[in-house]
Write a protein that binds this ligand. Structure first.
Ligand code: C2E
Ligand code: MG
Ligand code: MG
Length: 682
């Protein structure tokens, strides 16, 4: 039992090795005992046959029927003795088939069981025997058996049976019943020796064969098991890797949002049980974008790699650090003693980040804004806490306050702006909340599609569809607009690639905000995305608002020029709402001017608007630009614009912004003016 219990605790292979060894040994024992028995039977049979042969061929001819009835007289007895001598000499020669025939004792019986001859004890002649075997022999059967010794005294030392006792009937031709029988005692030792030899040979062969069999089977199983173990290990490793990848940030190896939310939930559950407080600190590096832009992404990445250990260095073991994305980190304090302690930790974190970073020899000063929330005061689930931490963090950034604890009363009055930002950041992390609609721009002379404008749509998980007017402006206030623009460019170019592949090369316009025009990295980003999607630069249009350009014309000019140099077409959006001077307009590298929809909408009713639209069209044409009218809602507008010589119209009259699939149908139905110039797919 103990052995079985121990065996169960060992590896599968060891268990197999032990059990198969036991089985092999058992098979060996059974086989060797069965075969040993067979060998012994066979040897005895051979000895019996030898005795029979010797009696039939050597002895029987020496006796007559009369001898057996009347007994031997002295003269016949001498002859019989000689015959027995001869027979044993003739048949008992070493090396012959009957080598075993060397009788130790020989008796001849008459049909009436009288001993007629006794080789060893002549005084017994005349006595009768009551032996059962003799009865069988007198009935005509050869009978054999083991006897300890002829005189029942010569047992060998180890008790082994030494003699083979054989009764052979003496039967003459033409007679039914035997006339007598001969009893022979043959030495069994030579037979036993032969049996031992044979059994030894058989056992050796069996042991070697079974051992060979066992070794081969064991090796096969061992190698198969090794292979299976390796495969299982590889599977386990890859599952571990997948699990790690799903829960950790690829760049820094820190826990990602998924894992941090999970830990936060666990901490919240534990805190609820123990009546404790959990703090969450959302950390965003200030001006990280500038580092990325001025030094390159590899510096940015190396800086981010150093941030985790810095934060870690001032935390307790039980606290957790994670990266939510970009330059945003999160610290979870699973057990904290009120706001004061959380603020103290935030201060330590800020101090740690204030120590200069050395990135490949470049010394970087980093500051961070931290939003602090505590459960249960600022929320009881991970979503609410993260959202409020986000709001507090933005408040910290806006106020340049370093670390800010979420204050429901204060922040609740400005929730729209702050929570929009938090939600937008999460929308950027998801794949399906932000998508594009496309609106056609139609030529006024041929009524064909001249181009499309990509307009951003946000399907908020709880608030439904949010129009761009409600979040673009808020996003423009922070760096998040850059991520939004990158997403829009990516989506638009991917869709454009699909249209090109389907045989329609149609220019698509993407709106840029002021903030983007101040970003020196924008032209590189545009170039990278164009290459990535294999879209020719001339098929991309970028719309910039008049007010944006006029705000900081000098800085924008450089970015605009570089974009223009890429071959991208530029469009001046919402024209008429800003105060552009002729001088600036002339210097701007734009190709198109879009008259703001407020004037177009009013041109059929208000003379002032009509004058403005006409002036804008003339101005555009004089500068060599294509003029597009926005907000064309009716046939009246179309007619008026045609009369003024406007080139292109965009508005509900021709089509509202629509999903890409519907735009694909419209492109096929209406056709584009570019149909002849489909570029080869890249
Ligand atoms: P926009 O660039 O002037 O875009 C045209 C806006 O006018 C669109 O509003 C469009 O739906 C609307 N519109 C088109 N035809 C008509 C018409 O016949 N009548 C009227 N009343 N309106 C018409 P939407 O999509 O709400 O976009 C509003 C603004 O949001 C856009 O003005 C643009 O400045 C901004 N925006 C949209 N998508 C993006 C984007 O991806 N990035 C940036 N930075 N801004 C965007
Ligand atoms: Mg636009
Ligand atoms: Mg516009």
């Amino acid at each position: 039992m103990e052995f079985l219990r121990r065996l169960r605790a060992t590896s599968l292979l060891t268990r197999f090795a032990c059990l198969s060894l036991l089985l092999t040994v058992a098979v060996g024992v059974v086989l060797s005992s069965v075969l040993g028995g067979l060998i012994e039977d066979r040897a005895r049979q051979q000895a019996e046959d030898a005795a029979l042969m010797a009696v039939r061929l050597g002895l029987q001819p020496q006796f007559t029927r009369e001898d057996l009835v009347g007994g031997f007289d002295a003269a016949r007895l001498a002859d019989v003795e000689d015959a027995v001598e001869d027979a044993s000499e003739e048949f008992g020669k070493k090396g012959t088939a009957l080598a075993a025939f060397d009788p130790i004792e020989l008796k001849v019986f008459g049909a009436d069981r009288t001993i007629l001859y006794h080789s060893e004890r002549p005084e017994l002649v005349g006595e009768t025997s009551s032996s059962g075997e003799l009865g069988s022999a007198l009935a005509g059967y050869v009978v054999s058996g083991f006897a300890s010794s002829a005189d029942d005294s010569a047992e060998s030392e180890n008790g082994e049976r030494q003699l083979l006792e054989v009764y052979v009937p003496l039967q003459y031709d033409g007679v039914d019943q035997p006339d007598g029988a001969i009893e022979l005692y043959l030495p069994y030792a030579p037979v036993a020796a032969a049996v031992r030899d044979d059994v030894r040979t058989m056992t050796t062969t069996l042991v070697i064969s079974l051992l060979g069999f066992y070794v081969i089977v064991f090796r096969l199983i061992a190698s198969a098991s090794k292979r299976m173990r390796r495969q299982a290990r590889e599977l386990q490793d890859s599952a571990d890797r997948d699990r790690h990848q799903a829960t950790h940030d690829a760049l820094t190896g820190l826990p990602n949002r998924v894992l941090m939310e999970d830990r936060l939930q666990q901490s919240l559950a534990a805190a609820t049980r123990s009546d404790g407080e959990v703090a969450l600190l959302l950390i965003d590096l200030d001006r990280f974008k500038e580092i990325n832009d001025s030094l390159g992404h590899s510096y940015g990445d190396k800086l981010l790699l150093q941030v985790g250990p810095r934060l870690r260095s001032v935390l307790r073991d039980m606290d957790a650090v994670g990266r939510l994305g970009g330059d945003e980190f999160v610290v979870l304090l699973p057990s904290v003693d009120g706001v004061t302690e959380a603020e103290a930790v935030a201060e330590r974190l800020r101090q740690a980040l204030h120590q200069p970073f050395d990135v490949d020899g470049v010394v970087l000063d980093v500051e961070a804004s931290i939003g602090i929330v505590l459960s249960p005061w600022h929320g009881t689930d991970s979503e609410e806490l993260l959202r409020n931490a986000d709001i507090a963090m933005y408040a910290a950034k806006e106020l340049k306050a370093g670390a800010v604890v979420f204050q429901p009363e204060v922040h609740a009055s400005t929730p729209v702006r702050l929570s929009v930002l938090g939600d937008l950041r999460r929308a950027l992390d998801s794949d399906d909340e932000l998508f594009l609609h496309y609106q056609p721009k139609i030529t006024l002379d041929g009524e064909q599609i001249e181009g499309l404008e990509a307009l951003l749509r946000w399907q908020h998980p709880t608030q439904g569809l949010i129009p761009p007017g409600e979040f673009i402006l808020v996003a423009e206030g922070t760096g998040i607009i850059l991520r939004v623009t990158e997403r829009v460019l990516d989506l638009a170019l991917a869709q454009q690639r699909r249209w090109i592949d389907a045989g329609t090369a149609v220019p698509v316009a993407v709106n840029l905000s002021t903030r983007c025009l101040l970003d020196a990295g924008l032209p590189d980003l545009v170039q990278r995305l164009l290459t990535q999607h294999g879209v020719p630069a001339e098929l991309l249009r970028l719309e910039v608002t008049e007010s944006a350009v006029m705000g900081d014309a000098a800085r924008c000019m450089d970015v605009l020029q570089r974009l223009h140099d890429l071959g991208v077409h530029l469009s001046l959006d919402d024209f008429g709402t800003g105060y552009s001077s002729m001088a600036y307009l002339r210097r701007l590298p734009v190709d198109e001017l879009k008259v703001d929809r407020s004037f177009v909408l009013g041109m059929t009713t208000t003379t002032q608007d009509l004058v403005l639209v006409r002036t804008a069209i003339d101005l555009g044409h004089n500068l060599g630009l294509t003029v597009v009218a926005e907000g064309v809602e009716s046939a009246e507008h179309v007619a008026a614009l045609r009369e003024l010589g406007c080139d292109v119209a965009q508005g509900y009259h021709y089509g509202r912004p629509m999903p890409a699939e519907r735009m694909t149908e419209m492109l096929a139905r209406v056709g584009t003016i570019h149909d002849e110039q489909v570029p080869a797919g890249s």
